[in-house]
Design a protein around this ligand. Structure first.
Ligand SMILES: Nc1nc2c(ncn2[C@@H]2O[C@H](COP(=O)(O)OP(=O)(O)OP(=O)(O)O)[C@@H](O)[C@H]2O)c(=O)[nH]1
Ligand SMILES: [Zn+2]
Length: 346
């Protein structure tokens, strides 16, 4: 019998439970994907961690996924995701890459030094707003700069409802300050460009208590956690942290709702533009431009909104085209099979 209490500490909730059929309830074993490698995945279950060879059916799994195994530890199926982040795979390929699945809270890290960048922050906000997750902005390296207050104000102006904290990721008070989001069974993903302090924060949170955790961790020999690939680690608080190695490029696609939500102010203004299809360029009666002139909205934010919209539309359409192609190929295959059967029958 599956121990659902242990599963709850791994992030199992009624959302997943209700997806089980009666038969699966008694026979299947739910496990959570902790890391994905080319030929194997490691999973956490109510009886501990183990790894499984990857079969073609498991090709689309992401870290954080819940999957069902049979009594022989064979893969049955993927459970529907509560939330999921994906980006366009870097390079020229028009492919998607899953960043994480079933996350409750996203910590978006942005350093306060010369890399501080509101446009990039808006890009990450668009990504998280397209999924059902709580968002917290962490402004790191607060110990290195003296303009923390101004930066906090600028970020709060992006969205007054956001939780924003400035911190030194090496300081021992991080665990306490972040504790509202780090309860047992909660899943957190760290997002942010390379060098913003994701690994440092992971290390600080991991060593918050000197306690052995049943987590999967990689050690560099100095007792330090290092990120070489995406993996789920259990923090002393009982929360599950998904550390992602530095993302050099976060290309958006399929984020229509994310844009509408991250830029709700501009979308609201657009409703007052004279023309329904106003591009907020040179059109007369543009409410967005009026807001810029009055200082209510920054030109920077509008430019970034237009840029992310173009990028999202481009990447989304290429994805849609690919899906359509796959669909028509699928139809063709079905037709061939049907014809063959008819041929056999005749
Ligand atoms: N002073 C100070 N240094 C920090 C802070 N956060 C990170 N650093 C330093 O910044 C450098 C980069 O931090 P990492 O934790 O490796 O950054 P990362 O986000 O994990 O980078 P990737 O692994 O490339 O994605 C390290 O030298 C850290 O010691 C901070 O809050 N204060
Ligand atoms: Zn307009």
């Amino acid at each position: 019998m599956t121990n659902f209490q242990i599963l709850a500490s791994l992030g199992w909730t009624p959302f997943f439970q209700q997806q089980l059929s009666l038969e699966e309830w008694s026979n299947a074993c739910p496990v959570r994907v902790a890391s994905v490698h080319r030929s194997c995945i490691s999973v956490q279950s109510d009886t501990g961690s183990f790894s499984l060879p990857v079969t073609p059916a498991m090709d689309t799994l992401a870290v954080g996924d819940w999957v069902l195994l049979d009594s022989q530890q064979r893969y049955i199926r993927l459970l529907e995701r509560h939330s999921c982040f994906r980006r366009k795979a870097p390079g020229t390929q028009r492919e998607w890459q899953l960043i994480s699945a079933n996350v409750d809270t996203a910590f978006i890290l942005c350093s306060l030094n010369e890399d501080f960048n509101l446009n990039r922050l808006e890009r990450y906000l668009t990504l998280v707003h397209s999924s059902r997750v709580q968002t917290v902005i962490l402004l790191t390296k607060a110990d290195q700069v003296d303009h923390t207050e101004q930066a906090l104000t600028m970020v709060r102006e992006l969205d007054a409802s956001l939780d924003v904290l400035a911190l030194n990721t090496q300081a021992s008070d991080c665990a306490e300050r972040l504790s509202p989001w780090l309860a047992r069974g909660q899943t957190i993903v760290l997002l942010g460009s390379s060098g913003v302090g994701k690994s440092t924060l992971t290390n600080t949170l991991m060593s918050a208590h000197h306690q052995q955790t049943g987590s999967i961790r990689e050690d560099d020999g100095k007792g330090r956690h290092t990120t070489t690939h995406r993996e789920l680690v259990t923090l002393p608080s009982g929360a599950l942290l998904l550390d992602t190695p530095g993302m050099r490029e976060l290309q958006l696609g399929g984020c229509d709702t994310g844009i509408s939500s991250a830029f709700a102010d501009i979308e609201l203004l657009s409703e007052q533009c004279r023309f329904n299809d106003c591009q907020h360029d040179q059109e007369p009666g543009c409410a967005v431009h009026r807001a810029i002139e009055s200082g209510e909205l920054s030109q920077r934010r509008l430019n970034n909104y237009l840029k992310l919209n173009r990028e999202n539309a481009f990447n989304t359409s290429t994805l849609a085209q690919r899906r359509a192609k796959e669909k028509s190929f699928g139809k063709l295959v079905k037709q061939i099979v049907k014809d063959r059967e008819r041929f056999k029958a005749s």
